[in-house]
Design a protein around this ligand. Structure first.
Ligand SMILES: Nc1ncnc2c1ncn2[C@@H]1O[C@H](COP(=O)(O)OP(=O)(O)OP(=O)(O)O)[C@@H](O)[C@H]1O
Ligand SMILES: [Mg+2]
Ligand SMILES: [Zn+2]
Length: 188
């Protein structure tokens, strides 16, 4: 019972877990990186272990679904993605500040929006800033949904409602969950 509300301390830099708070992470050496987190009970977390008869396949019998790769509309981006955007999958796009991440992502969404519903989530810019960029780039913007927020729970609700085929989250670093009392963008 008491364990339900047990607290652990997780390093926001490397994910290292300690039972007590530390000023410095013994794993990666980061200072003041420990954040409090509720322990999720293992028994609850791994309850459903049902395996269907047809869950195990012979590799050679698995059909290749060519439609799983969709062009991003940008040749060079398709190339680094291994031939297009893989569905379903998630890709972490990283790069130095101002390198053009937001720009290339909204260009990609604009292209993908011709075949599916798309959602651009921004935790860094206001809706009108996103609109201005889209205008500057002369993008087709009628079918891009925009949601500017940093709350993970609110985002989940919007995803349930909009059911987008593609989502860009700009950026992961700004996302924050009320159920995890650690810093925004930490390994959680
Ligand atoms: N392919 C490009 N060619 C020339 N300029 C570009 C290109 N892509 C983006 N830019 C310009 O570079 C600037 C920064 O772009 P953007 O905001 O997309 O970068 P970012 O990586 O998202 O930055 P941040 O890390 O601050 O979020 C903008 O002024 C944008 O117009
Ligand atoms: Mg950006
Ligand atoms: Zn660490």
């Amino acid at each position: 019972m008491a364990k339900e509300s047990a607290i652990q301390y997780v390093c926001s830099e490397c994910g290292h877990v300690e039972s007590k708070w530390n000023g410095r992470c013994p794993e990666c050496g980061a200072w003041n990186s420990f954040a409090e987190e509720k322990v999720i009970q293992k028994a609850k977390a791994v309850k459903d272990t049902t395996v269907m008869d047809d869950s195990v396949h012979r590799l050679s019998d698995i059909p290749i679904d060519k439609a799983m790769r969709v062009s991003s509309g940008i040749d060079e981006l398709d190339r680094v993605l291994g031939g297009g955007v893989m569905r379903p999958s998630s890709v972490l796009v990283g790069g130095e500040p101002g390198i053009g991440k937001s720009t290339i992502m909204i260009q990609m969404l604009s292209s993908l929006s011709s075949s599916a519903s798309v959602l651009y989530v921004s935790g860094e810019e206001s809706p009108s800033q996103v609109r201005m960029r889209s205008n500057r780039l002369k993008l087709r913007s009628e079918s891009i949904s925009v949601f500017c927020d940093t709350r993970l729970e609110a985002l989940s609700e919007v995803i349930e409602r909009v059911k987008p085929g593609y989502i860009v989250i700009d950026s992961l670093q700004t996302l924050y969950s009320a159920s995890l009392p650690s810093m925004a963008g930490s390994p959680n």
